[in-house]
Design a protein around this ligand. Structure first.
Ligand code: CDM
Ligand code: ATP
Length: 285
Protein backbone atom coordinates (compact mmCIF):
# COMPACT_ATOMS: atom_id res chain seq x y z
CA UNK A 1 0.00 0.00 0.00
CA UNK A 2 1.43 3.43 -0.99
CA UNK A 3 0.27 6.64 0.68
CA UNK A 4 0.83 10.23 -0.35
CA UNK A 5 -0.07 13.33 1.66
CA UNK A 6 0.46 15.85 -1.21
CA UNK A 7 -1.98 14.16 -3.55
CA UNK A 8 -4.07 12.03 -1.18
CA UNK A 9 -4.16 8.49 -2.49
CA UNK A 10 -3.98 4.89 -1.36
CA UNK A 11 -2.63 2.55 -4.03
CA UNK A 12 -2.61 -1.24 -4.26
CA UNK A 13 -5.00 -1.82 -1.35
CA UNK A 14 -5.81 -5.51 -0.93
CA UNK A 15 -9.42 -6.69 -0.76
CA UNK A 16 -8.74 -10.22 0.48
CA UNK A 17 -10.97 -13.23 -0.07
CA UNK A 18 -12.64 -15.19 2.74
CA UNK A 19 -13.35 -18.86 3.20
CA UNK A 20 -16.33 -20.13 5.18
CA UNK A 21 -14.70 -23.06 6.99
CA UNK A 22 -18.23 -24.21 7.83
CA UNK A 23 -21.64 -22.65 7.39
CA UNK A 24 -24.78 -23.75 9.22
CA UNK A 25 -28.21 -22.29 8.53
CA UNK A 26 -30.03 -22.27 11.87
CA UNK A 27 -33.15 -20.26 11.02
CA UNK A 28 -34.75 -17.55 8.97
CA UNK A 29 -35.78 -13.98 9.85
CA UNK A 30 -39.22 -12.59 8.96
CA UNK A 31 -37.55 -10.51 6.18
CA UNK A 32 -36.30 -13.72 4.53
CA UNK A 33 -32.63 -13.35 5.53
CA UNK A 34 -31.14 -16.51 7.03
CA UNK A 35 -29.63 -16.87 10.48
CA UNK A 36 -26.21 -18.45 10.18
CA UNK A 37 -23.30 -19.77 12.15
CA UNK A 38 -20.06 -19.68 10.23
CA UNK A 39 -16.28 -19.57 10.67
CA UNK A 40 -14.77 -16.88 8.48
CA UNK A 41 -11.12 -17.13 7.53
CA UNK A 42 -9.16 -14.44 5.63
CA UNK A 43 -6.79 -15.65 2.91
CA UNK A 44 -3.95 -13.86 1.15
CA UNK A 45 -5.41 -13.61 -2.36
CA UNK A 46 -7.81 -10.93 -3.49
CA UNK A 47 -8.60 -7.91 -5.58
CA UNK A 48 -6.48 -4.73 -5.58
CA UNK A 49 -7.92 -1.24 -5.42
CA UNK A 50 -6.41 2.23 -5.97
CA UNK A 51 -8.03 5.34 -4.50
CA UNK A 52 -7.37 8.97 -5.51
CA UNK A 53 -9.20 11.74 -3.68
CA UNK A 54 -11.17 14.19 -5.84
CA UNK A 55 -12.03 17.65 -4.58
CA UNK A 56 -15.16 18.03 -6.74
CA UNK A 57 -17.13 15.46 -4.70
CA UNK A 58 -17.77 13.06 -7.60
CA UNK A 59 -17.14 9.32 -7.35
CA UNK A 60 -15.94 7.30 -10.33
CA UNK A 61 -14.86 3.75 -11.00
CA UNK A 62 -12.03 4.15 -13.49
CA UNK A 63 -11.82 0.47 -14.55
CA UNK A 64 -14.36 -1.63 -16.45
CA UNK A 65 -15.97 -4.69 -14.84
CA UNK A 66 -17.92 -6.92 -17.22
CA UNK A 67 -21.53 -7.37 -16.12
CA UNK A 68 -21.36 -4.76 -13.34
CA UNK A 69 -22.34 -1.21 -14.37
CA UNK A 70 -20.50 1.51 -12.44
CA UNK A 71 -23.58 2.65 -10.51
CA UNK A 72 -24.24 -0.91 -9.26
CA UNK A 73 -20.66 -1.65 -8.27
CA UNK A 74 -20.44 -2.26 -4.53
CA UNK A 75 -17.31 -0.08 -4.51
CA UNK A 76 -19.19 2.95 -5.87
CA UNK A 77 -22.18 2.24 -3.62
CA UNK A 78 -19.90 2.00 -0.56
CA UNK A 79 -18.18 5.32 -1.38
CA UNK A 80 -21.52 7.08 -1.90
CA UNK A 81 -22.95 5.68 1.34
CA UNK A 82 -19.93 6.92 3.32
CA UNK A 83 -20.15 10.32 1.66
CA UNK A 84 -23.87 10.58 2.38
CA UNK A 85 -23.56 9.38 6.00
CA UNK A 86 -20.71 11.76 6.87
CA UNK A 87 -21.70 14.73 4.68
CA UNK A 88 -18.15 14.73 3.31
CA UNK A 89 -17.68 16.98 0.26
CA UNK A 90 -14.74 15.03 -1.16
CA UNK A 91 -14.99 12.39 -3.89
CA UNK A 92 -12.75 9.69 -5.34
CA UNK A 93 -11.47 7.91 -8.44
CA UNK A 94 -11.41 4.19 -7.70
CA UNK A 95 -9.63 1.58 -9.81
CA UNK A 96 -10.67 -2.03 -9.15
CA UNK A 97 -8.23 -4.71 -10.32
CA UNK A 98 -10.36 -7.84 -10.16
CA UNK A 99 -8.76 -11.21 -9.48
CA UNK A 100 -11.48 -13.00 -7.53
CA UNK A 101 -14.23 -14.76 -9.48
CA UNK A 102 -17.69 -13.20 -9.14
CA UNK A 103 -20.35 -15.43 -7.61
CA UNK A 104 -17.49 -17.47 -6.21
CA UNK A 105 -18.36 -17.57 -2.50
CA UNK A 106 -15.06 -15.83 -1.75
CA UNK A 107 -16.80 -12.55 -0.89
CA UNK A 108 -15.02 -10.55 -3.60
CA UNK A 109 -17.59 -7.80 -4.09
CA UNK A 110 -18.13 -7.51 -0.33
CA UNK A 111 -14.40 -7.29 0.31
CA UNK A 112 -14.04 -4.57 -2.34
CA UNK A 113 -16.79 -2.61 -0.56
CA UNK A 114 -15.14 -3.07 2.85
CA UNK A 115 -11.74 -1.94 1.56
CA UNK A 116 -13.43 1.11 0.01
CA UNK A 117 -15.12 2.08 3.30
CA UNK A 118 -11.84 1.73 5.23
CA UNK A 119 -9.68 3.49 2.62
CA UNK A 120 -12.00 6.47 2.08
CA UNK A 121 -12.74 6.86 5.80
CA UNK A 122 -8.96 7.29 6.15
CA UNK A 123 -8.37 9.50 3.08
CA UNK A 124 -11.40 11.71 3.67
CA UNK A 125 -10.59 11.91 7.41
CA UNK A 126 -14.21 11.19 8.21
CA UNK A 127 -13.18 9.43 11.43
CA UNK A 128 -15.88 6.76 11.68
CA UNK A 129 -15.02 3.99 14.13
CA UNK A 130 -14.84 0.36 13.06
CA UNK A 131 -18.25 -0.50 14.48
CA UNK A 132 -19.98 2.30 12.55
CA UNK A 133 -18.22 1.22 9.34
CA UNK A 134 -19.46 -2.35 9.95
CA UNK A 135 -23.03 -1.06 10.35
CA UNK A 136 -22.80 0.92 7.08
CA UNK A 137 -21.22 -2.13 5.42
CA UNK A 138 -24.10 -4.40 6.42
CA UNK A 139 -26.44 -2.21 4.33
CA UNK A 140 -24.38 -3.21 1.29
CA UNK A 141 -24.11 -6.95 1.91
CA UNK A 142 -24.07 -9.56 4.68
CA UNK A 143 -20.35 -10.33 4.18
CA UNK A 144 -19.10 -6.72 4.28
CA UNK A 145 -18.94 -6.32 8.12
CA UNK A 146 -16.62 -9.33 8.44
CA UNK A 147 -13.96 -7.76 6.22
CA UNK A 148 -14.09 -4.56 8.30
CA UNK A 149 -13.87 -6.64 11.51
CA UNK A 150 -10.67 -7.83 9.87
CA UNK A 151 -9.67 -11.12 11.49
CA UNK A 152 -10.79 -14.74 11.63
CA UNK A 153 -14.17 -14.93 13.28
CA UNK A 154 -17.00 -17.14 14.46
CA UNK A 155 -20.02 -15.28 13.10
CA UNK A 156 -23.71 -15.39 13.95
CA UNK A 157 -26.84 -13.41 13.09
CA UNK A 158 -26.89 -12.95 9.31
CA UNK A 159 -23.10 -13.10 9.57
CA UNK A 160 -22.56 -9.72 11.28
CA UNK A 161 -22.03 -10.69 14.95
CA UNK A 162 -18.47 -11.81 15.67
CA UNK A 163 -16.33 -13.57 18.21
CA UNK A 164 -12.60 -13.81 17.50
CA UNK A 165 -11.44 -17.24 16.40
CA UNK A 166 -7.86 -18.29 17.15
CA UNK A 167 -6.82 -20.53 14.29
CA UNK A 168 -3.29 -21.77 13.51
CA UNK A 169 -1.80 -20.55 10.21
CA UNK A 170 -2.72 -22.84 7.30
CA UNK A 171 -2.31 -23.44 3.58
CA UNK A 172 -5.30 -23.97 1.31
CA UNK A 173 -6.03 -25.00 -2.26
CA UNK A 174 -8.94 -23.05 -3.74
CA UNK A 175 -10.61 -24.08 -7.00
CA UNK A 176 -13.06 -22.04 -9.08
CA UNK A 177 -15.18 -24.44 -11.14
CA UNK A 178 -15.89 -21.80 -13.81
CA UNK A 179 -19.54 -21.21 -12.91
CA UNK A 180 -21.00 -18.23 -11.10
CA UNK A 181 -23.50 -19.06 -8.36
CA UNK A 182 -26.00 -16.32 -7.37
CA UNK A 183 -26.23 -16.25 -3.56
CA UNK A 184 -29.97 -15.40 -3.56
CA UNK A 185 -30.77 -18.46 -5.69
CA UNK A 186 -29.19 -20.82 -3.16
CA UNK A 187 -30.80 -19.19 -0.11
CA UNK A 188 -34.24 -19.22 -1.77
CA UNK A 189 -34.17 -22.93 -2.64
CA UNK A 190 -37.00 -24.88 -1.05
CA UNK A 191 -34.66 -27.85 -0.49
CA UNK A 192 -32.31 -25.89 1.78
CA UNK A 193 -31.77 -27.20 5.34
CA UNK A 194 -32.71 -24.30 7.62
CA UNK A 195 -32.89 -25.94 11.02
CA UNK A 196 -29.38 -27.04 11.93
CA UNK A 197 -28.95 -27.13 15.71
CA UNK A 198 -26.77 -24.21 16.89
CA UNK A 199 -23.28 -25.06 18.11
CA UNK A 200 -21.04 -23.28 20.60
CA UNK A 201 -17.79 -21.70 19.46
CA UNK A 202 -15.84 -24.14 21.66
CA UNK A 203 -17.43 -27.08 19.79
CA UNK A 204 -16.25 -25.91 16.36
CA UNK A 205 -14.16 -28.41 14.41
CA UNK A 206 -14.20 -28.81 10.65
CA UNK A 207 -14.94 -32.52 10.91
CA UNK A 208 -18.17 -32.10 12.90
CA UNK A 209 -19.55 -29.25 10.80
CA UNK A 210 -20.55 -28.75 7.15
CA UNK A 211 -21.71 -26.16 4.66
CA UNK A 212 -25.51 -26.34 4.61
CA UNK A 213 -25.58 -24.50 1.26
CA UNK A 214 -23.39 -27.12 -0.44
CA UNK A 215 -26.04 -29.77 -1.25
CA UNK A 216 -28.30 -27.19 -2.90
CA UNK A 217 -25.45 -25.62 -4.89
CA UNK A 218 -24.24 -29.07 -6.03
CA UNK A 219 -27.73 -29.99 -7.20
CA UNK A 220 -28.19 -26.77 -9.18
CA UNK A 221 -24.57 -26.57 -10.39
CA UNK A 222 -23.12 -30.08 -10.96
CA UNK A 223 -19.68 -28.54 -11.70
CA UNK A 224 -19.44 -27.66 -8.00
CA UNK A 225 -20.02 -31.27 -7.06
CA UNK A 226 -17.48 -32.50 -9.64
CA UNK A 227 -14.86 -30.11 -8.29
CA UNK A 228 -15.43 -31.19 -4.68
CA UNK A 229 -15.11 -34.86 -5.71
CA UNK A 230 -11.87 -34.18 -7.57
CA UNK A 231 -10.30 -32.20 -4.71
CA UNK A 232 -11.46 -34.78 -2.13
CA UNK A 233 -8.93 -37.26 -3.58
CA UNK A 234 -6.22 -35.21 -1.89
CA UNK A 235 -7.80 -33.69 1.23
CA UNK A 236 -11.11 -32.96 2.89
CA UNK A 237 -12.88 -30.64 0.41
CA UNK A 238 -15.78 -28.27 0.97
CA UNK A 239 -17.58 -25.38 -0.73
CA UNK A 240 -17.15 -21.81 0.58
CA UNK A 241 -20.16 -19.50 1.10
CA UNK A 242 -22.89 -20.08 -1.46
CA UNK A 243 -20.29 -21.37 -3.98
CA UNK A 244 -19.05 -21.88 -6.56
CA UNK A 245 -15.48 -22.14 -5.20
CA UNK A 246 -14.31 -25.16 -3.23
CA UNK A 247 -11.30 -25.44 -0.95
CA UNK A 248 -9.22 -27.86 1.09
CA UNK A 249 -6.70 -27.30 3.86
CA UNK A 250 -3.35 -28.96 3.12
CA UNK A 251 -0.23 -29.49 5.19
CA UNK A 252 2.17 -27.13 3.43
CA UNK A 253 2.85 -24.96 0.39
CA UNK A 254 4.48 -27.76 -1.62
CA UNK A 255 1.43 -29.97 -1.23
CA UNK A 256 -0.78 -27.07 -2.26
CA UNK A 257 1.35 -26.41 -5.35
CA UNK A 258 1.31 -30.08 -6.32
CA UNK A 259 -2.52 -30.19 -6.25
CA UNK A 260 -2.73 -26.89 -8.16
CA UNK A 261 -0.43 -28.34 -10.86
CA UNK A 262 -2.64 -31.42 -11.24
CA UNK A 263 -5.91 -29.49 -11.46
CA UNK A 264 -7.83 -30.06 -14.73
CA UNK A 265 -7.39 -27.15 -17.18
CA UNK A 266 -11.15 -26.43 -17.26
CA UNK A 267 -10.99 -25.12 -13.68
CA UNK A 268 -8.84 -22.43 -12.07
CA UNK A 269 -6.85 -23.49 -9.01
CA UNK A 270 -4.57 -21.52 -6.74
CA UNK A 271 -2.81 -21.90 -3.42
CA UNK A 272 -3.56 -19.50 -0.59
CA UNK A 273 -2.25 -18.88 2.88
CA UNK A 274 -4.31 -17.74 5.85
CA UNK A 275 -4.00 -14.05 6.73
CA UNK A 276 -3.71 -13.19 10.44
CA UNK A 277 -5.18 -9.72 9.93
CA UNK A 278 -6.79 -7.67 7.18
CA UNK A 279 -4.03 -5.44 5.71
CA UNK A 280 -6.30 -2.35 6.08
CA UNK A 281 -7.14 -3.15 9.72
CA UNK A 282 -4.84 -0.55 11.22
CA UNK A 283 -6.46 2.29 9.25
CA UNK A 284 -9.58 2.20 11.45
CA UNK A 285 -9.96 1.85 15.22
C1 CDM B 1 -23.16 -16.96 1.86
C2 CDM B 1 -22.31 -15.90 2.53
O1 CDM B 1 -21.30 -15.47 1.66
C3 CDM B 1 -21.64 -16.50 3.77
O2 CDM B 1 -20.57 -15.74 4.23
C4 CDM B 1 -23.15 -14.69 2.92
O3 CDM B 1 -24.19 -15.09 3.78
C5 CDM B 1 -23.72 -13.96 1.72
O4 CDM B 1 -23.32 -12.63 1.84
P1 CDM B 1 -23.52 -11.58 0.64
O5 CDM B 1 -23.06 -12.17 -0.65
O6 CDM B 1 -22.90 -10.30 1.12
O7 CDM B 1 -25.06 -11.54 0.57
P2 CDM B 1 -26.07 -10.33 0.36
O8 CDM B 1 -25.67 -9.55 -0.85
O9 CDM B 1 -26.30 -9.61 1.65
O10 CDM B 1 -27.39 -11.15 0.06
C6 CDM B 1 -27.68 -11.78 -1.17
C7 CDM B 1 -28.98 -12.54 -0.99
O11 CDM B 1 -28.72 -13.75 -0.23
C8 CDM B 1 -29.75 -13.99 0.70
N1 CDM B 1 -29.17 -14.06 2.07
C9 CDM B 1 -27.92 -13.54 2.32
C10 CDM B 1 -27.36 -13.64 3.58
C11 CDM B 1 -28.12 -14.29 4.60
N2 CDM B 1 -27.63 -14.42 5.84
N3 CDM B 1 -29.35 -14.79 4.32
C12 CDM B 1 -29.88 -14.69 3.07
O12 CDM B 1 -30.98 -15.15 2.84
C13 CDM B 1 -30.76 -12.89 0.53
O13 CDM B 1 -31.76 -13.38 -0.33
C14 CDM B 1 -30.03 -11.80 -0.19
O14 CDM B 1 -30.87 -11.06 -1.03
N1 ATP C 1 -16.89 -4.82 -7.08
C1 ATP C 1 -17.62 -5.94 -7.32
N2 ATP C 1 -17.00 -7.11 -7.46
C2 ATP C 1 -17.72 -8.25 -7.67
N3 ATP C 1 -19.03 -8.30 -7.78
C3 ATP C 1 -19.71 -7.15 -7.65
C4 ATP C 1 -19.03 -5.93 -7.41
N4 ATP C 1 -19.97 -4.98 -7.31
C5 ATP C 1 -21.16 -5.58 -7.48
N5 ATP C 1 -21.03 -6.89 -7.69
C6 ATP C 1 -22.14 -7.86 -7.88
O1 ATP C 1 -22.16 -8.76 -6.76
C7 ATP C 1 -22.34 -10.11 -7.18
C8 ATP C 1 -21.68 -11.05 -6.17
O2 ATP C 1 -20.30 -10.93 -6.31
P1 ATP C 1 -19.25 -11.56 -5.29
O3 ATP C 1 -17.99 -11.74 -6.02
O4 ATP C 1 -19.21 -10.77 -4.03
O5 ATP C 1 -19.93 -12.96 -5.00
P2 ATP C 1 -19.58 -14.06 -4.00
O6 ATP C 1 -18.10 -14.22 -3.91
O7 ATP C 1 -20.41 -15.24 -4.37
O8 ATP C 1 -20.08 -13.51 -2.64
P3 ATP C 1 -20.43 -14.33 -1.34
O9 ATP C 1 -19.22 -15.01 -0.86
O10 ATP C 1 -20.80 -13.17 -0.47
O11 ATP C 1 -21.54 -15.24 -1.69
C9 ATP C 1 -21.72 -10.16 -8.57
O12 ATP C 1 -22.31 -11.16 -9.37
C10 ATP C 1 -21.98 -8.75 -9.12
O13 ATP C 1 -23.20 -8.70 -9.83
Amino acid sequence: MVTSTLNPALLGCLAPAKLNLFLHVIGRRPDGYHLLQTAFRLIDCGDRLDFHVRTDGSIHRTTALAGVPEEQDLVVRAARRLQQYTGCGLGADIAVHKHLPMGGGLGGGSSDAATTLMALNHLWRTGLDRHTLQTLGLELGADVPFFIYGRDAFAEGVGERFQPLALPPAWYVVIAPGVSVPTAEIFSSKDLTRDTVPIKIADFTTSTTRNDLQATACKLYPEVSETINWLAQFASARMTGSGACVFAEVKDELTAQDIVDRCPARWTAWKARSLAEHPMHRLSE
